[in-house]
Design a protein around this ligand. Structure first.
Ligand code: SF4
Length: 442
């Protein structure tokens, strides 16, 4: 029997994967394994993977393929996350040196699968299609001591035509509100100041479980009552499920941050239909207008795919017009890439890569100009910053309620505190300011 003493874990992709890794780290540490940060020192290598983009998958395949060519004593290798689901039928064939595959809905089985591999010396795979709410979130080991991710719903029922998530994570399963409250209470007791509620579509929280009698905005009201948690954020949202009740909760709850991720994905109604986003541009603008009326100081983020199959130049320009109108503070912009198993595979990926890249560059340039202008407008203003760490230059780093990055000189003792900072300058994505309280610089 192999004696495992140490593990190395590498996480690709989204915040949900980061949280899943934190849970697996906790499980392995409770088993007595020590986490190491060099692959070469580990008895177990875990790759928690992402399938959302082709590049992310290619990186993992390349990385694990390389390990198979190594002549050194081989550690146990496990692959978890979305690729485990999306490629479960071919992975052992393509990467025969992988010892186990654990799907996104089977994290709770990590120790059992590991025992299987150790006891039998054979490959093992568990990839349940649906998630069962039996995961022990309290086991998660977080590196960050100020901010924590908290899962509230897994899976997605929306089936956008380009997205693998409904196939890799299954249908929506909400977590009981009492369990979420218990975890957040523990985080508050441990000194955490900010939580980010996670789900592929947090706004549909509770719809799959009427017995909870708790929709997303109800959950926010419940969590806001927990002493010690100063800020609540949430990721990610589908515009259709962003309700007036949610907007009122953001306005009324002291802890609810005024940043809303409101991903439009494309500016053309024809492309939105092809993406199966189930809203049109007019409906989207109506919701954003409602939000701006109810929470005038809200900042808004988006995700965008440029170069979706058949997107014309003028349809791309409609996306640029949306940027002009909304003035996003945050935008995650990607070029379209085909994902196997999604309906978009049936569309011809007819936009040449150079055109996609050019649209990406153009939109990023526009967004950067808008962010610079927003930062310019903040010069001389005082913002509230929750500091969570120091950067490599020894400056305090943190974020405003609206998720803007801020750095300032200050002592370590301010990490984990919210401080007023007067903004005097900015660079690319970061505001630079001066603390309005005087603290010794450590
Ligand atoms: S709502 Fe988000 S997670 Fe769900 S299918 Fe659409 S893009 Fe994917």
């Amino acid at each position: 029997m192999r004696d495992l003493k140490s593990f190395y874990i590498r996480t690709y992709g989204c915040q949900m994967n980061e949280l899943d890794s934190e849970i697996m780290i906790g499980q392995l540490q409770n088993r007595g394994l020590k986490r190491v940060y060099e692959e070469t020192q580990a008895d177990l290598l875990l790759f928690n993977t992402c399938s959302i983009r082709d590049l992310a998958e290619r990186k993992v395949m390349g990385k694990i393929g390389q390990l198979g060519r190594s002549t050194k004593k081989r550690p146990i290798i496990g692959l978890t996350g979305c690729m485990a689901m999306a490629k479960k039928d071919t992975l052992f064939k393509k990467l025969p040196h992988i010892d186990f595959i654990l799907g996104t809905n089977n994290i709770t089985d990590l120790n059992e699968v590991l025992n299987d591999v150790i006891n039998t010396g054979k490959q093992s795979i568990r990839t349940n299609k649906e998630f069962e709410e039996n995961l022990d979130y309290l086991v998660a080991k977080r590196d960050d001591k100020v901010k924590a991710y908290v899962s509230i719903i897994r899976g997605c029922d929306k089936f956008c035509t380009y997205c693998v998530v409904p196939y890799t994570r299954g249908k929506e399963v909400s977590r009981p509100p009492e369990d979420i409250e218990a975890e957040v209470r523990k985080l508050a007791a441990d000194g955490y100041k900010e939580i980010t509620l996670l789900g592929q579509n947090v706004n549909s929280y509770g719809k799959d479980a009427p017995e909870f009698n708790c929709l997303f905005h109800d959950l926010l009201y419940r969590l806001d009552k927990i002493d010690g948690i100063e800020r609540i954020r949430f990721l990610t949202s589908h515009p259709v499920d962003i309700t007036l009740d949610l907007m009122y909760a953001i306005r009324d709850l002291p802890s609810a941050c005024e940043f809303v991720h409101f991903p439009i994905q494309a500016g053309s109604d024809r492309i939105l239909r092809k993406m199966h986003r189930i809203y049109n541009k007019t409906q989207y603008f109506e919701k954003v207008d409602q939000l701006k009326q109810i929470v005038p100081n809200a900042s808004i983020g988006t995700d965008i795919i440029v170069g979706f199959p058949t997107e014309t130049e003028s349809e791309f320009l409609e996306t640029c017009e949306v940027f002009e109108k909304i003035n996003y503070s945050v935008a995650f912009i990607y070029t379209f890439s085909e994902r196997k198993g999604t309906p978009a595979m049936r569309f011809k990926d007819d936009i040449p890569q150079e055109v996609k890249d050019e649209r990406l560059k153009q939109l990023m340039g526009l967004h950067q100009m808008q962010v610079s202008k927003q930062h310019q407008d903040l010069l001389g203003q005082t913002v509230e910053v929750l500091f969570d760490k120091k950067n490599k230059n020894g400056q305090l780093k943190g974020r405003t309620r609206c998720w803007r990055k801020v750095i300032a000189e200050g002592s370590d003792s301010l990490i984990g505190t919210i401080q007023p900072v007067k903004i005097h300058s900015f660079n690319h994505q970061t505001l630079i300011g001066e603390l309005l309280i005087k603290q010794p610089i450590s």
